[in-house]
Design a protein around this ligand. Structure first.
Ligand code: ADP
Ligand code: ZN
Ligand code: ZN
Length: 723
């Protein structure tokens, strides 16, 4: 018997190994981690199955070096889902498994022991005398209150480690493991549900124990989170597990606190900013079947859920659910796959449901639940346009907008200005000859970052000094064109010198908790201005925010990307939803040169649902997703010829496929990036089945192509971006 092992390498096949000496192959179950010799090093793989014959000659088979888990780490359900994922996204199983596991578990070590490391006093400590006031004395004093977890000590007592070393030498303390998942007390009683909330909860609860997909459609602040909480509480009481997925910037400490305060069970966060240890602990707690809530971003969709009761995908339209490199999975879609395998209801919540979800509602596959108003006095503000034609602007801001901000501040309230361009100006231009600074590796304008005195390429990260004069004609005085968040911040500071202004974009908000810290820098009951990119579109609730200005969104009206209209409408509605969440009414102003554009007109007049219906009709007529299924073969190389030759050869071995169309080779919408030439082939099929029947044998031929060795290529199934 040999064991077939998935190893995290970019090769589609599994690898055969002999069981380690003295252990029978069938004793090592599917889903168990093993350490195996691979090439010249070792790798952590997962046992997929055992079989009697190997194609590898017996003499070349190597034994597994070590079995890392006494019982399989991955359940049958998770293994089956991950195999499905590998097939669906045409990605090597070993790499899929690698994406699914927290980093600690990808290392060749046994499972970390349960609980968190903590310090506690030994018996001898009872009689210990220490110089009062010393660090050791303070640590002893602290531990008299009971064992303290390392993480708690880190937070309360920054230099505890040296004091601990001293006390440990004297035999006064020792390290133990404590259960870090003690449920916090429930301290907040839920509000009585509104009629619509109650109906939604009842409809979903009635399906518990079955796979049942729901679209929960409700404006921001309509109480979707309350619905999740009302469903989670009884599920937890039954000893079940609840998975709640949120977009990358939706997982705020505020949201975590809200779940923790309300549910009598551990609430684990699972996202990429967490320390490895913390992530692993949360993952293992879920794997043990502890009744808990896992609140996480994209990759949390792979968490083990042996006692699953409910899966929620909040803001399901958000594009951060799609991974854009490596395994290009969509967490919303996988949440449905898992819901089906686990027999649990799946709730897709959004104020602006994706067209994919709406098409599923239309086809009768998902049930549509509505929350149409905000509870209490909160009202959704109406969006009004400011016609920019023939208007004089001060740094891109219309007089109405400036007046609106002034009134808002005078009332002691907060204003949010949305501009989806960071930096000072998107273009730096010579007034004399028209030259502009461009990235030599991407052929795109460089953004001027004035504060840093740098020109930066937002596509490849290249940067350079700002020239004093035009490199072409030698004239001094290069002029900024257009408006980035940095320039808006400056303009607003000039207009409103006394108001605190906080800019939130990728430059100002770097690292863990940065957005939260910036938002907290304006006192919640004080006036202030927030300026920023779409990082401001969601997350953190701001009750004193009553004014929203949207600036420079016109580009979305004329983009070549077929999803641009959908995205623009979602963005406008989401950003608008930030205003008027509490008792105070809000106002939203949108500056545009195209107030009569049908998309804008219909959105503002009839709302998102109506526009989404229109967009779905257009998609159907154009044969685009969600009514067609796409896959994109991307390639890049140092020379355009290498890309063209590879794509032409790939198109060639497609052998005029049945029931699907193949477009290309064509240059990517951004034909050059970071010095590489880029091209693509687009496959489109009316039936998902036809596409999938084609992909696997075709990609096997593509992999064998001589031309494939000269390019970097990847396949993207259900691409959300065609760039
Ligand atoms: P969403 O998730 O749709 O944005 P939330 O669940 O966060 O909405 O609700 C918005 C605000 O309204 C929150 O402050 C919440 O506490 C409050 N809220 C929600 N449902 C109710 C209710 N039934 N009664 C009173 N307040 C509610
Ligand atoms: Zn010039
Ligand atoms: Zn560049």
């Amino acid at each position: 018997m040999v064991l077939r092992v998935a190893v995290p390498v970019p090769l589609p096949q599994l690898f055969d190994y002999l069981p380690p000496p003295g252990i029978a192959a069938h004793a090592i179950a599917r889903g168990t981690r093993v350490s195996v010799p691979f090439g010249r090093s070792r790798s952590v793989g997962i046992v997929v199955d055992a079989c009697a014959i190997s194609e590898i000659p017996a003499a070349r088979l190597k034994p597994i070096a070590a079995v890392l888990d006494p019982a399989p780490l991955l359940s049958d359900e998770l293994m089956a889902t991950l195999e499905w994922t590998a097939r669906y996204y045409q990605h090597p199983l070993g790499e899929v498994l690698d994406t699914a596991l927290p980093a600690t578990l990808r290392r060749p070590r046994p499972l970390p022991s349960d609980g968190e490391a903590a310090l506690t006093l030994t018996i001898s400590a009872t009689f210990a005398v220490t110089k009062s006031g010393s660090a050791s004395a303070r640590l002893l004093e602290l531990l008299r209150g009971g064992p303290a977890a390392y993480s708690k000590l880190d937070a309360q007592f920054p230099d505890w480690r040296s004091a601990a070393a001293n006390l440990r030498r004297r035999g006064l303390i020792e390290t133990i493991r404590i259960d870090a998942t003690t449920p916090p007390p429930v301290c907040i009683t839920p509000p009585p549900l509104t009629g619509e909330q109650g109906a939604a909860v009842a409809a979903i609860a009635a399906e518990s124990g079955k796979f049942a997909p729901f679209a929960l459609d409700g404006i921001t602040g309509s109480g979707k989170t309350e619905v999740y909480l009302a469903l989670a509480a009884p599920a937890l009481a039954r000893g079940e597990q609840v998975l709640v997925l949120v977009p990358e910037i939706g997982l705020t400490p505020q949201l975590l606190r809200r779940f923790r305060e309300r549910l009598a069970a551990p609430v684990h966060a699972l996202h990429s900013d967490l320390a490895d240890g913390e992530r692993t602990r949360a993952w293992l707690a879920a794997a043990r079947g502890e009744s808990c809530v896992v609140l996480g971003t994209r990759s949390a969709v792979f968490v083990p859920l042996p006692r699953a009761g409910l899966i929620v995908v909040d803001e399901e339209h958000d594009t951060s659910y799609k991974q854009q490199d490596g395994l290009r999975y969509h967490a919303r879609d996988l949440a449905l796959v898992r819901g089906k395998a686990l027999n649990v209801p799946v709730v897709l919540g959004s104020a602006t449901p994706s067209l994919e979800t709406l098409a599923n509602v239309e086809a009768g596959r998902y049930r549509h639940l509505h929350l149409s108003s905000r509870p209490g006095a909160a009202r959704m503000p109406a969006v009004r346009t400011i016609d920019l034609r023939s208007k004089r602007l001060a740094d891109g801001l219309a007089p109405e907008l400036i007046a609106g901000i002034r009134d808002c501040l005078a009332r002691g309230e907060q204003a949010l200005l949305f501009r989806n361009r960071r930096g000072y100006a998107p273009v730096l231009m010579c007034r004399a000859c028209g030259w502009h600074a461009a990235c030599a590796r991407c052929d795109k304008p460089l953004t001027w970052h004035r504060g840093e005195a740098r020109l930066r390429c937002h596509h490849c990260g290249a940067q350079q000094r700002v020239p004093d004069q035009c490199p072409d004609c030698g004239q001094p005085g290069l002029a900024p064109q257009g408006l980035g968040t940095e320039r808006m911040e400056e303009a607003l500071a000039g207009l409103f010198p006394r108001a605190p202004i906080v800019r939130i974009d990728r430059e100002t908000a770097r690292g863990k908790g940065a957005v939260e810290n910036l938002l907290n820098s304006i006192a919640p009951d004080q006036p202030g201005i927030l300026v920023g990119t779409q990082m401001l579109a969601k997350g953190h609730d701001l009750p004193n925010l009553t004014f929203v200005g949207l600036i420079g969104v016109d580009a979305g009206l004329f983009s070549a990307d077929f999803r641009a209209s959908e995205r623009l409408c979602q963005l406008i509605v989401q950003v608008s939803g930030r205003a008027g969440r509490a008792l105070k009414p809000g106002q939203v102003w949108l500056q545009t040169h195209h107030p009569d554009h049908p998309l804008l007109r219909d959105l503002l007049k009839f709302g998102y649902a109506q526009v989404a219906r229109e967009l779905l009709v257009e998609r159907r007529e154009a044969g685009l997703p969600p009514y067609a299924h796409l896959a994109l073969l991307r390639a890049e190389a140092k020379t355009p010829t290498a890309v063209e030759e590879f794509l032409a050869a790939a198109a060639d071995v497609a052998q005029s496929p049945k029931d699907l169309s193949l477009r290309g080779p064509m240059p990517a919408p951004m034909p050059r990036r970071a010095g590489s030439h880029r091209g693509q082939l687009l496959l489109s099929a009316d039936e998902r089945k036809a596409l999938h029947a084609f992909l696997s044998p075709w990609l096997a031929r593509v992999r064998e192509l001589r031309q494939a060795r000269r390019v970097r290529w990847s396949i993207d199934v259900d691409p959300v971006d065609l760039y």
